[in-house]
Ligand binder design. Structure first.
Ligand SMILES: [Mg+2]
Length: 251
């Protein structure tokens, strides 16, 4: 697949640019140190056990400390508003570096709370990208508002690419709008499952990659809009839209 340098690359955040599991670990570490500070108790073993038993971690902490359940809400807001310790892995870093040199713009389009998502993005060192967070727009994916806003802002782009992980909501709208869609396969550590595998084909990404190393094999950045690319046919229908002829190509 060849993609023009005059393209806009848009990424989902959780379980796409980083593993959401790392956010959970960071959040529970933060809660444990907060509890240590204000209740002088070590709840690390409680947290570990609750995760192992797939139980509600914050409720387990409240039970252990004999605290009313209303405290759970306070802890939950502490968790959501904490500044996480997150890092991009090398593959993701290299991919973003490569795309940055070969694109018109990079954006992040994610669902979630403004403060939590922006804290994650800041921790990953990605705040300089164009950011589209659902709470700030009043609509979750698959609503098209943010996708259309990106197309409007970069109206001179040759094509738009969305990279995500959740087939329930990530790809249906960019597919409809003529974007190129790429799905990142769950390596077994995703917090939420990848979605309902029996969904209609329009929900599926046009391409799957197992990791960002495979991105390099998938994408050949070019100066021109390429009309045909391997078994996937890309029809250029306007200066700002491309339509993929054979969607849901499994890799
Ligand atoms: Mg995701």
């Amino acid at each position: 697949m060849s993609i023009s340098k005059n393209s806009v690359w848009v990424f989902d955040l959780d379980d796409t640019l980083y593993k959401e599991r790392d956010y959970q670990i960071s959040g529970y570490d933060f809660i444990a140190s907060l509890i240590k500070q204000i209740y002088q108790q070590d709840v690390n073993p409680i947290i570990k056990q609750a995760i192992k038993d797939k139980k509600d971690v914050l409720q387990s902490i409240c039970n252990y400390l004999n605290l009313p359940l209303s405290v759970k809400d306070s802890l939950l807001w502490q968790y959501r508003n904490h500044i996480p310790k997150l890092m991009l892995d090398d593959e993701t870093k290299n991919t973003l570096f490569h795309i940055k040199k070969n694109s018109l713009a990079i954006a992040i389009l994610t669902d979630g709370r403004s403060v939590s998502q922006r804290a994650k993005i800041a921790s990953l060192g990605l705040s300089h990208y164009d950011i589209y967070i659902s709470e700030e727009w009043g609509k979750d994916k698959p609503d098209d508002k943010r996708f259309l806003a990106i197309m409007d802002k970069y109206h001179s782009a040759d094509s738009f690419i969305y990279i995500g992980d959740n087939i329930n909501k990530d790809f249906i709208t960019p597919n409809k709008l003529g974007w190129i869609t790429i799905g990142l396969k769950d390596d077994g550590s995703n917090v939420h499952n990848q979605g309902d595998q029996n969904l209609a084909i329009e929900y599926m990404p046009q391409h799957w990659i197992n990791n960002f190393n495979e991105y390099i094999k998938l994408v050949n950045i070019s100066d021109n809009v390429i009309i045909g690319a391997g078994s996937t046919v890309i029809h250029s229908i306007s200066s700002s839209q491309t339509v993929i002829g054979s969607p849901a190509k499994q890799m």
